[in-house]
Design a binder for this molecule. Structure first.
Ligand code: GDP
Ligand code: MG
Ligand code: K
Length: 299
């Protein structure tokens, strides 16, 4: 009944001056596997730029407004938001262009990174434009300026070393659920209703034993042949003891939650439903869920 314990997920802030190659990098990583978030204006303070999902991880790349904008005076608020974000994300990618020297823009960003505990990777982009011999002094220069967790040269345009970067990112990410569905990131209101139905049954059946912080993430909602919909959902709790309550003796509680939720979902969708429920402990779920709200997450 347990979700794969090795699954990792996290929020990764990409920062760097304009034109260093952030979008090129995202587009490359995205390939077939990534869903770029819609272009419609997001009122949230941080913009999700892309979600990379594979079998073992989900990486949510976000843009942090205010961190690469030394052009005009930043309001206190923007600065605070940017700084808070850098503390809250799981990883920071600071991208620079190796064909250009260290400049005011980089200096500004390093100032913002001072005292930030989140691991920062220095991504040295556009290595296709320089001779390998030129790279070492650049790396040494950056190393002397900040204690980067990793320094990784890539070419976002040609793809050199991008797989390696993803591999290292994976190593640093915490264990965590897939926050966004792998198949669909577009608006999908049924998903939200389905997650609420499951949440309602779980809360109702466990009464006051489970706090309202319980969350339900719809991992998958797929129409299969014969008018049947396969729903896979994870119930996220904060403690092992809560997981025990939700699962119940020999799975009896989870079975009952599933049965009742399935009946409601079938009525909602007008189809037979195969409901697969998982339970996962995510210790700092509440913090994560704050993130998700900030990011405009609606599941
Ligand atoms: P952003 O402003 O940081 O998002 O930068 P973009 O991704 O828009 O890239 C700015 C320019 O740099 C574009 O013309 C890209 O084609 C180019 N570029 C990005 N990555 C690379 C790279 O690895 N090598 C080379 N030669 N050009 C790149
Ligand atoms: Mg861009
Ligand atoms: K750091």
């Amino acid at each position: 009944m347990l979700q794969n314990q090795d699954h990792k997920s996290g929020f990764i802030s990409i920062i760097g001056r304009p034109n260093v190659g952030k979008s090129t990098f995202l587009n490359r990583v995205i390939g077939q596997k990534i869903a770029i978030m819609s272009d419609k204006p997001q009122t949230t303070r941080n913009k999700v730029q892309g979600v990379y999902t594979d079998d073992r991880a989900q990486m949510i790349f976000i843009d942090t407004p205010g961190i690469h904008k030394p052009k005009h005076k930043l309001g206190d608020f923007m600065m605070k938001v940017a700084t808070n974000t850098l503390r809250e994300v799981d990883l920071i990618l600071f991208m620079v262009n190796v064909t250009e020297g260290f400049g005011k823009g980089e200096e500004f960003i390093l100032e913002q990174l001072e005292g930030v505990q989140t691991p920062v990777f220095l991504v040295l982009n556009k290595i296709d434009q320089v001779h390998p011999d030129q790279l070492l002094p650049i790396i040494q220069d950056y190393q002397s300026r900040y204690d980067f967790a990793e320094l990784i040269p890539i070419s976002a345009l040609e793809g050199n070393n991008v797989e390696t970067l993803l591999e290292v990112l994976y190593k640093y990410l915490p264990e965590g659920p897939q926050f966004y569905p792998a198949d669909q990131v577009t608006d999908h209101p049924e998903r939200f209703i389905v997650s609420e139905l499951i949440r309602e049954k779980a809360l109702h059946l466990t009464r006051e034993e489970i706090p309202h912080s319980l969350a339900v993430v719809i991992e998958k909602m797929e129409r299969q042949e014969e008018n049947r919909v396969h729903v896979m959902a994870t119930i996220i709790v904060e403690r092992d003891s809560q997981k025990g309550i939700i699962i119940g003796k020999r799975g009896a509680m989870l079975k009952e939650v599933g049965k009742r939720a399935r009946q409601d979902i079938e009525a909602l969708l007008g189809s037979k439903v195969y409901l697969e429920l998982w339970v996962k402990v995510q210790k700092d779920w509440r913090n994560k869920s704050l993130h998700l709200r900030d990011f405009g997450f609606r599941e």
